[in-house]
Design a protein around this ligand. Structure first.
Ligand code: AVJ
Ligand code: FE
Length: 436
């Protein structure tokens, strides 16, 4: 029934846009205006740039492209074009001040909600317009994650709070799981809001491998540090070794040694590093070195996705490790509900295989470069993924507590430079099943 389908799409677009805006509002109102215009790190934009960029992308894609409207403020497009100005240069731009940025974003949103009411969502317009709304909701949530990173980098007292999850029960059972060899379907051609780089679905042959049941914990990572891992070039690629030596890196970002214990700063609060949580804020080089020290390696992207999605019984790929249902709080730690990993170790996990925490909690570095799938077609714009393909970027999978469910799927691919660690990045390790 097309009328029913249109209502469902409209409802989903409304819910996801509204959820995203509530998060954006929180992230840009929990600090005073000077903290919105300041640059807290050269790696990040001022928060007020993200705010107006969110509005500007929404205006460009929904009001101009979908609805054919005139630009509201054509003179600001260049300021909020991420490709024209690198993040480090953004504080020097004539940015809209906080009050104006808020006003612009909410003006755009008001018109978008009117448009949503009147959009027919039928025929080819259905897929195109619905995708545009989904893409914009995901875009806003991605910037909400970016803004959360800025909050983590910001010096000064705590501004954000979220309830801590319940304490985790101790994990029992094996530390790794065998994933049998054979082909599986990677990527998707049917997920309606999947972005271009997740498409199309294609078969991949994956030899048998073992993968860690959970992401590597702080306690395990501390053993690597205390075994002199950062002082032994055997574990590092030449680029990784040059990077940690050249930048005096001896521990994850935000960690500090205090006598015999390690402390870390987390959203303005210093705490003892919790031993059972996944290690967070490590770069790809650190993840790769740890894995080599442990006699293992990072999983490839295909291995990660097969562990997360392949259902041998049905010989098909599921949307998520737990099946095809959208993520709820019972499945995964997503959506900035907690600002750390969830209490229940099973969250985000693959119950049948026993692999846990694949979705949510922390992003997981993989061994793989960010490359297009066979049959890739860029849409709706080349700058979303295509310009990033190549060996300079490594793929991360699974999403983190900072990521909203709308921007996290079993097929979702994130990417970053191997030196980056301000992001909510951890990892798990793997080994080929033929190895000792
Ligand atoms: C997918 C997180 C790498 O932040 O550069 C935001 C997402 N793209 N606006 C990024 C994105 C355009 C992107 N990442
Ligand atoms: Fe953006």
């Amino acid at each position: 029934d097309p009328a029913h389908d249109a209502d469902t799409l409209r409802e989903r677009a409304l819910t996801t846009l509204t959820t995203a805006r509530a998060r954006t509002t929180l992230l840009t109102s929990c600090v005073e205006d000077p903290d919105l215009t300041a640059q807290h790190s050269p790696l990040m934009s001022p928060l007020v740039w993200d705010l107006a960029h969110i509005g500007n992308q929404e205006e460009q894609w929904l009001l101009r492209t979908v609805a054919g409207r005139e630009a509201m403020r054509p003179e600001i497009d260049g300021i909020y074009d991420a490709f024209e100005h690198p993040r480090a240069a953004r504080p020097t731009l004539p940015l809209l001040p906080p009050t104006e940025a808020r006003h612009y974003a909410s003006e755009v949103r008001g018109r978008v909600l009117d448009l949503l009411e009147s959009t027919a969502f039928h025929g080819t317009r259905l897929t195109e317009a619905a995708f545009a709304f989904g893409m914009i909701a995901q875009h806003e949530q991605q910037h909400d994650e970016t803004m959360l990173i800025t909050h983590q980098l910001r010096k000064g007292p705590q501004a954000l709070t979220a309830p801590d999850p319940e304490p985790a029960p101790l994990l029992t059972g094996p530390s790794e799981v065998l994933v049998p060899g054979g082909p599986f379907t990677m990527g998707t051609s049917t997920e309606p809001w999947a972005l271009d780089n997740e498409r199309p679905a294609h078969r991949r042959e994956v030899p048998p491998f073992y993968i860690d049941t959970t992401p590597v914990t702080n306690a395990a990572y501390k053993a690597f540090i205390e075994d002199g891992g950062y002082d032994d070039d055997r574990w590092w690629t030449p680029e990784g070794w040059a990077h940690i030596r050249g930048n005096s890196i001896h521990a994850p970002l935000f960690w500090r040694r205090d006598g015999k214990q390690w402390l870390r700063r987390r959203f303005g609060v210093t705490e003892v590093v919790p031993p059972d949580e996944p290690v967070l804020h490590v770069c790809w080089y650190e993840a790769d070195a740890y894995a080599r020290w442990a006699g293992r390696r990072l999983p490839t992207e295909a291995e990660w996705e097969k562990a997360a999605r392949h259902d041998p019984a049905g010989n098909r790929s599921m949307r998520y490790p737990w099946g095809d249902d959208d993520p709820g709080p019972e499945h995964a730690n997503l959506g900035q509900r907690h600002l750390r990993r969830a209490g229940r170790q099973l969250s985000g996990g693959r119950i049948s295989l026993g692999v846990r925490q694949l979705i949510g909690d922390v992003w997981e570095w993989t061994a793989s470069d960010f490359l297009p799938y066979p049959g890739f077609q860029a849409f709706p714009y080349k700058e979303y993924s295509e310009v990033f393909f190549g060996p300079e970027y490594k793929v991360l999978r699974g999403g983190a507590f900072a990521v909203d469910a709308v921007a996290c799927r079993g097929t979702f691919r994130n990417w970053d430079y191997p030196i980056r660690r301000q992001i909510f990045s951890g990892f798990r390790t793997a080994r080929s099943a033929g190895d000792a």
